[in-house]
Every structure is written in structure tokens, then in C-alpha cells.
Ligand binder design. Structure first.
Ligand code: UDP
Length: 241
């Protein structure tokens, strides 16, 4: 069976990497989760799929809470962007342990650890079947890593953005609160807006809609799910025009 998609952008949240235990019951990087993700990504790359990754930073730092922290929003956002680079490095190490060739590109220059983000270079890496990890979000405060994911996906002409989450798709209501909630298999961008369903923040969502980039929301923590999505099986929810 041939993969449905030739080039994907996988967006993972930083929080997904978090584990329990460690010091004070908090462990920002759970290495068994990272190893699991690395295996899943390796498997789809082995099918010939070109994989780009964007990872959040919420397990380490989120910049948006000026009132609570007293740290200016833009300043905190830069701290958040640095957190995504730490996560990117952790995933890079996990992937390389599995024998997958990777490149980390950062939207904020830090030449000792990452290439600067250069679109054409990223595409070249993908063509050579290296997994490209985009760190430091968009490089701008007041954005999110979802927006970075949408932006990079469009720039590299990915066929789809895969948003790996803890829930297995988009529901009519919050399934954790409403037992009667049902899952959409497919939904249009317009319906999401009309029904006020939060798939991504508005900036990220609008970028996808305006550029006809389909989004699949799926549960990344279920082993084998990433492969199923890539093979075109009905997993999660597909958002399209
Ligand atoms: N961030 C930013 N610009 C970007 C991407 C991220 O300022 O382009 C900052 C922002 O403060 C955000 C933090 O980095 O809160 C971590 O990213 P995010 O909250 O999107 O991570 P996730 O929720 O996916 O773990």
C-alpha cells in the first residue's frame, strides 16, 4: 500500500512530551514518550514519506501569562520559543538513536546547535529524506507553534498538517465533559468556524483555510496511529475546504 501523503508536517504539543515522576513529580521530558514518537516517525519515513516536525514548548515554558509572571509578553514569548528548541533537540536525539537522519532548523539563530531556517534548504533536506525539525516557532512573539506549523507546512508545500493531540479528533462538544459528544470524521473549515470548534488558534487555522491545507487532528499517543493517518485510514478528524 502506498502512503496517501508524500510530504507531511507533524505538529506535536510540548505538553505531550511531559511525564509524571522525576523531581517534584514533574518531568518536562519523558524519554520513553520521545522514544515512542521517534519509532512512529521512523516507521512512516521508512515508507518514503517526507517528514517535517514542529514541536511546542508548553512542557517547559509558555510566555503568555504576563499578569501572573510579571514578565513582559514579548519577552516571555521568546522564552517559550527557546523551550521549543530544547524539545526539538530532544526529539532530534531520539530520532538519531533510531538511526533516522535529521536536521534541526531554528527560526532564531543559534548556529552551534541548529541551522538557521532556510526554506529551500529545508525542502532539500526533505527530498533527501531527512526529517526536518523546525524549532523556535515562527521566530516572532505573539504567535503559537500551531501557527508555526501551518506556516512551515505551507512554505514547504506539505500535503497535510497532522496535529497530534491527546484526543482522537474533533468532537461536537468536549468529550471529557459531555458524554453525548460525537466525533466528526470530516468537517469543513467553514463548519468549524460556524460551530466555534477550536481546532487551532485563529491565526493558524486561517492560514490553513486560506491556503487549502488540510488538517488532520488525531491521537498521537495511540501506537500505530501516525502510520494509519499517513496511509489514509480513517483516524481522527480531517478538516478540509
Ligand atoms: N511562541 C511564540 N512564537 C511562536 C511560537 C511560540 O512566541 O511562533 C511562544 C509562546 O509564548 C508559546 C510558547 O512559545 O506559548 C510555546 O509554544 P506553544 O504554547 O505553542 O506550545 P504547545 O502548547 O504546543 O506546547
Amino acid at each position: 500500500m502506498q502512503p496517501r501523503y508524500k510530504r507531511i508536517l507533524l505538529k506535536l504539543s510540548g505538553e505531550a512530551l511531559m511525564g509524571e515522576g522525576g523531581q517534584n513529580g514533574y518531568e518536562p521530558l519523558n524519554h520513553s514518550i520521545i522514544a515512542q514518537y521517534a519509532k512512529e516517525i521512523k516507521a512512516v519515513a521508512a515508507e518514503g514519506v517526507e517528514v517535517a516536525l514542529v514541536i511546542g514548548g508548553g512542557n517547559i515554558y509558555r510566555g503568555m501569562n504576563e499578569a501572573e509572571t510579571g514578565i513582559e509578553r514579548a519577552h516571555g514569548d521568546y522564552m517559550g520559543m527557546l523551550a521549543t528548541v530544547i524539545n526539538g533537540m530532544a526529539l532530534q536525539a531520539g530520532l538519531e538513536k533510531e538511526g533516522v537522519f535529521t536536521r534541526l532548523q531554528s527560526a532564531i539563530k543559534m548556529e552551534q546547535i541548529a541551522e538557521p531556517y532556510i526554506r529551500r534548504r529545508a525542502i532539500r533536506h526533505l527530498e533527501k529524506h531527512r526529517v526536518v525539525i523546525f524549532g523556535a516557532g515562527t521566530g516572532n512573539p505573539y504567535f503559537t507553534t500551531d501557527t508555526a506549523g501551518s506556516l512551515r507546512a505551507i512554505e514547504i508545500k506539505a500535503d497535510v498538517i497532522l496535529k497530534g493531540t491527546r484526543v482522537d479528533g474533533i468532537y461536537t462538544a468536549d468529550p471529557e465533559k459531555d458524554a453525548a459528544a460525537t466525533k466528526y470524521e470530516t468537517i469543513t473549515f467553514r463548519e468549524c468556524i460556524n460551530k466555534n470548534l477550536k481546532v487551532m488558534d485563529m491565526t493558524a487555522f486561517t492560514l490553513c483555510m486560506e491556503n487549502s491545507l488540510p488538517i488532520i487532528v488525531f491521537d498521537m499517543n495511540k501506537p500505530g496511529n501516525l502510520m494509519k493517518v499517513v496511509m489514509g485510514e480513517r483516524v481522527g478528524t480531517l478538516v478540509q475546504g
